[in-house]
Write a protein that binds this ligand. Structure first.
Ligand SMILES: NC(=O)c1ccc[n+]([C@@H]2O[C@H](COP(=O)([O-])OP(=O)(O)OC[C@H]3O[C@@H](n4cnc5c(N)ncnc54)[C@H](O)[C@@H]3O)[C@@H](O)[C@H]2O)c1
Length: 353
């Protein structure tokens, strides 16, 4: 039985992966212990998503385990062995601010947890494709040194810069800049994933996400910005914009479009690859633009305020250049732009409230 193992299977990317691959392979095994609710509180719990997956996907098997638990991981990998054709590793502690509160927990989940899964893959199913969902935060605050110009609603890169046309590509250095502890634990994981490809010849890849989003996100103040923004737009809860005049730009990719990238990679895998993966020039917005879009969709003014203090590790302007991936996998295309994404998030939250 060809089996896909998804870690963080009830989170945004994990659950999208479970759904996407459930009609492509025989068996989908998901690992998630709802640690998101420990990080961000009960409102961020992904249990609702777990229950839906168990109910709706007949070939989904859920395992309520911690990826740091060596005995539990050994059991899972030895049970499935070479049936495991694909590992999608999406379990993580995903927030800058939270990482500073509990550095050991952040590092053991993000770095040690990734090493655990790589090593289990090497021992029990070395032929499997191993996909890691990394982050653009591995570039630390280096993007903030780019020459930016201020426009009415957003920061924009100076038009003469090589990154201006398509966005930031994989050539940007990840070294000698401020990452936050979260960024540092993700760098450790990202480099380990590359190393298992280069050193051991395994089919590993790291997708460095911009903002990954979609209706499956359990948005919370510390993570899942569009989902949380829309939640506040609907409920009237107060939303705080941190720094940069609210003109910071993020690119946003729908979880479906990202997982479709993973699918293209899986069908024709490479070794030790690194891809920037975000909404690119196709799908992006500043905070101010996102607020305006939410207000249009809900038909209500948002209750938001501004704090001068920016979040440590926040990018002022980030647009992913996805040309490298598109060159390797020319059949992949986006399906959802920023307006489609926001409408879907709106409908998703409405149906859950
Ligand atoms: N969402 C974004 O904007 C974004 C951007 C860039 C990169 N990423 C990366 O993509 C990946 C997926 O992100 P997401 O948005 O789906 O996050 P998410 O928080 O929605 O999902 C992660 C899941 O992992 C689970 N988990 C955490 N620690 C665990 C552990 N020790 N054992 C088992 N399960 C555990 C959580 O309960 C959660 O359900 C992460 O690696 C994240 O860093 C996300």
């Amino acid at each position: 039985m060809s089996t896909v193992l998804v870690t963080g299977s009830t989170g945004l990317i994990g659950s999208e992966s479970v759904r996407f691959f459930s009609d492509k392979e025989d068996n989908i095994v998901g690992i998630d212990n709802d640690m998101r609710s420990r990080f961000f509180g009960p409102n961020a719990s992904t249990k609702w998503n777990r229950d839906r997956l168990i109910e709706e996907i007949p070939n989904y098997h859920h395992l309520d385990e911690d990826i740091r638990d060596e005995k539990a991981m050994e059991k899972i990998f030895s049970d499935y062995g070479s049936d495991l054709k694909l590992i999608i590793h999406a379990a993580a502690q995903p927030s800058h601010d939270w990482a500073a509160k509990e550095p050991f927990t952040d590092f053991t989940v993000n770095a040690n947890g990734t090493l655990m899964l790589l090593e289990m893959t090497r021992q029990y199913c070395p032929e499997a494709v191993f996909i890691f969902t990394s982050t653009n935060k591995v570039y630390g605050d280096a993007p903030n040194n780019l020459p930016l110009v201020e426009l009415e609603t957003r920061w924009e890169l100076d038009g003469s810069h090589p990154y201006a046309a398509e966005g930031i590509d994989e050539s940007m250095s990840i070294d000698q800049c401020k990452h936050s502890l979260f960024g540092a634990s993700k760098v450790a994981a990202d480099v380990l994933v590359q190393e298992y490809g280069r050193y051991f010849g395994m089919k590993t890849t790291t997708f460095r996400g911009g903002c990954l989003t979609g209706p499956g996100h359990s948005g919370t103040e510390l993570h899942g910005f569009l989902a949380y923004l829309m939640k506040c737009a609907i409920t009237g809860d107060q939303y705080t914009v941190f720094g940069y005049k609210g003109k910071q730009v993020r690119d946003n990719i729908h979880s479906y479009d990202l997982v479709n990238m993973l699918w293209h990679f899986y069908q024709n895998p490479r070794s030790a690859e690194v891809y920037n993966a975000g909404g690119s020039r196709y799908s992006n917005c500043s905070m101010l633009e996102a607020i305006e879009k939410c207000e249009k969709i809900t038909g209500k003014k948002m209750n938001w305020s501004y704090s001068e203090q920016n979040r440590i590790g926040d990018h002022i302007w980030w647009i992913s250049d996805v040309s490298k991936f598109k060159n390797h996998y020319p059949d992949w295309h986006y399906q959802y732009n920023i307006d489609d994404i926001l409408k879907q998030i709106y409908e998703g939250i409405k149906s859950r409230i």
